[in-house]
Design a protein around this ligand. Structure first.
Ligand code: UTP
Length: 222
């Protein structure tokens, strides 16, 4: 059986200066297409600038978090549909729960599911269902020992227990909120001991190293 991977593609990677980053989309598409010869792949796409922009304007008119999350989910779907069109051997799946079997050489691209969680949570659920490795593609190099924007000499944590990682996270979830990973996803990872990797989604060589069990710049959650 081919090794299975669920990528949680942080929406922020698809955008540069608040507009779609066509160059990144092309590069990512080429990268996963090639990778799909060796791995069975699902990509769960985040909302990025589109979600944040719509949620922040909608918030001026409502305090209803359910509605704000629905707006976020629709943004993740727009991004996922676009990404699936850019990958020649991809299929867009609107409802991630309907993903049953992975097939060789085909990439499934999907998006948000229900209010109250993030696309990391969706990716963790799919990884649990299909027995896959969860790979969180984010816009930083991994989990840092402290906020690199506030402190000097911070380092990447190469390995961390899921329980310990929880201490870094905020307990509540707000629409449009941005974390390296969220509590819901972490719960799923912990309860089913899912192999989880956090790596910079722009550094394809590091992603490849991580997937082939080589030393890489990033974080392994165990
Ligand atoms: P994400 O927060 O998953 O997108 O979804 P993102 O841009 O990738 O975020 P980062 O970069 O990983 O932090 C955007 C918003 O859509 C709603 C939430 O409001 C979320 O903040 N959403 C998404 C849901 O309510 N349910 C889902 O299953 C997915």
């Amino acid at each position: 059986m081919q090794k299975r991977i669920v990528f949680s593609l942080g929406g922020s990677l698809l955008y540069k200066d608040k507009t779609l980053d066509v160059n990144y989309i092309k590069r990512f598409s080429k990268f996963v297409s090639k990778l799909s010869k060796r791995f069975a792949i699902v990509v769960v796409v985040g909302g990025g600038t589109l979600a944040r922009e719509f949620i922040s304007v909608a918030r001026k008119f409502t305090k209803n978090n359910f509605l704000l999350d629905i707006i976020g989910i629709e943004a993740t779907r727009m991004n996922a549909m676009l990404l699936s069109i850019s990958i020649p051997n991809a299929e867009y799946i609107e409802n991630p729960l309907t993903l049953e079997e992975l097939s060789n050489g085909k990439i499934f691209v999907t998006a948000g599911l229900i209010p109250g969680i993030s696309t990391d949570g969706v990716a963790a659920l799919i990884a649990e269902k299909l027995g896959a490795t969860f790979v969180n593609l984010t816009n930083v190099d991994g989990l840092y020992t402290a906020d690199p924007n506030k402190f000097k000499n911070v380092e990447i944590v190469p390995k961390i227990k899921a329980k310990k990682l929880r201490e870094f996270l905020q307990p509540s979830f707000e629409p449009g909120q941005h974390f390296i990973i969220d509590n819901f996803a972490l719960n799923i990872i912990e309860r089913s001991s899912i192999r989880c990797i956090i790596v910079n989604g722009r550094k394809f060589s590091e992603i490849l190293k991580a997937l082939t069990n080589k030393r890489f710049r990033g974080t392994i959650v165990e």
